[in-house]
Design a protein around this ligand. Structure first.
Ligand code: TRP
Length: 336
């Protein structure tokens, strides 16, 4: 079968906040382009969203919206397997097994765990600590070749690789070794007023952030308020060290219009930042307009969405179950 020869690609996003411009440019846009080449699995990582205190109704709403937005961004459910993590119970089951092959020391060293436990000192729960084992299970169930992730998740894929090495070292070739893939352009869209930190969907404030579904007027306002830099030359030039704000806007403009940094520098030569910022805003508004319309249309069709996530879970479960059976057998669980 043709499918069995295709390489496998997998990724997920936690519905802990509304998708941002960064989620689109850094991830989903690139995923959509790969379905000819890869057998693709994309999921809503709802189980990952409960490691911090959250609102259940908002989680339910966002999980469905995220699916509608995935499709509106070009992930065709006929060509990609789209599913909700918690619908495929093998994720939780494999995560338990992998917990027993991940070391306390290596989990303690995860940057995200250290950051999140510093921010949530009153709720440093076990799930926050073993989150990377669930993520390793998400990945390994589908035996992917490539796992596209943001820079901040690369360490978790590295840990997954350590688990594979340890597990396969004991039991033979059970898991395929996954490769993280961090895209270069658009990989890290930064906050517009704090260009040293990522444009995060989980922040509580909307400062410096553009959501995929934001109104055009809101988007324009966010871009007009974007921090440029306090240098004296005040020209559009790509220099991420000295001018991180401008570099971020250039990244966004490049990813949105397909123009190179050279072309952008020429386009705004001698014009200062006053023209540049609204131009980036307008380009983003125009790019998002058809996506937003499509997402609203799909969101209104609940029966269609249900059909998509049911079919996705069924396809995912079939593959996930094969891997889990193999693992259970290897570790010595008595078959039922
Ligand atoms: N941890 C990822 C994030 O916070 C989401 C995620 C969960 C994921 N499981 C995954 C990404 C598996 C890639 C592969 O964005």
């Amino acid at each position: 079968m043709e499918n069995q020869e295709k390489k496998v690609m997998l990724s997920g996003i936690k519905p802990s906040g509304d998708l941002t411009l960064g989620s689109y440019l850094g991830a989903i846009k690139n995923w959509g382009a790969r379905s000819e080449e890869f057998d693709c699995y994309y999921f809503m990582a709802d189980m990952h969203a409960i490691t911090v205190r959250h609102d259940p109704a908002a989680l339910r709403r966002r999980t469905l919206e995220q699916l509608a937005q995935y499709i509106a961004c070009g992930l065709d459910p006929e060509k990609n397997t789209l599913f909700v993590q918690s619908h495929v119970h093998q994720h939780a089951e494999l995560a338990w097994v992998l917990n027993c092959y991940a070391m306390f020391g290596e989990l303690s060293r995860m940057t995200q765990f250290k950051d999140k436990s510093a921010k949530n000192a009153e709720n440093i729960n076990g799930g926050l600590f073993t989150y990377p084992c669930l993520m390793a299970a998400d990945i390994l169930l589908y035996q992917p070749d490539v796992v596209p992730v943001g820079e901040d998740q690369k360490q978790h894929v590295e840990l997954t690789r350590n688990i594979v090495q340890r597990f396969n070292g004991i039991y033979g070739d059970v898991f395929k070794m996954p490769e993280p893939y961090v895209a270069k352009v658009g990989a890290r869209i930064m906050n517009l007023v704090d260009p040293k930190s990522k444009m995060s969907k989980s922040d509580d404030t909307n400062t410096g952030r553009v959501l995929l579904m934001d109104d055009p007027a809101v988007i324009m306002k966010q871009f007009k308020r974007a921090i440029t830099d306090s240098d004296t030359e005040r020209c559009v030039r790509y220099d991420p060290e000295e001018k991180p704000g401008v570099a971020n806007l250039m990244q966004i403009y490049a990813a949105t219009t397909g123009k190179s940094f050279d072309e952008i520098e020429k386009e705004f030569d001698g014009q200062g930042y006053g023209k540049f910022k609204p131009a980036v805003g307008e380009a983003v508004v125009e790019m998002l307009r058809p996506i937003q319309e499509e997402a609203r249309r799909i969101m209104a069709d609940k029966a269609y969405l249900e059909g998509v996530y049911r079919a996705g879970a069924e396809k995912a479960e079939y593959i996930a179950n094969k891997t889990l059976r193999k693992v259970y057998k290897k570790v010595g669980f008595l078959p039922r």
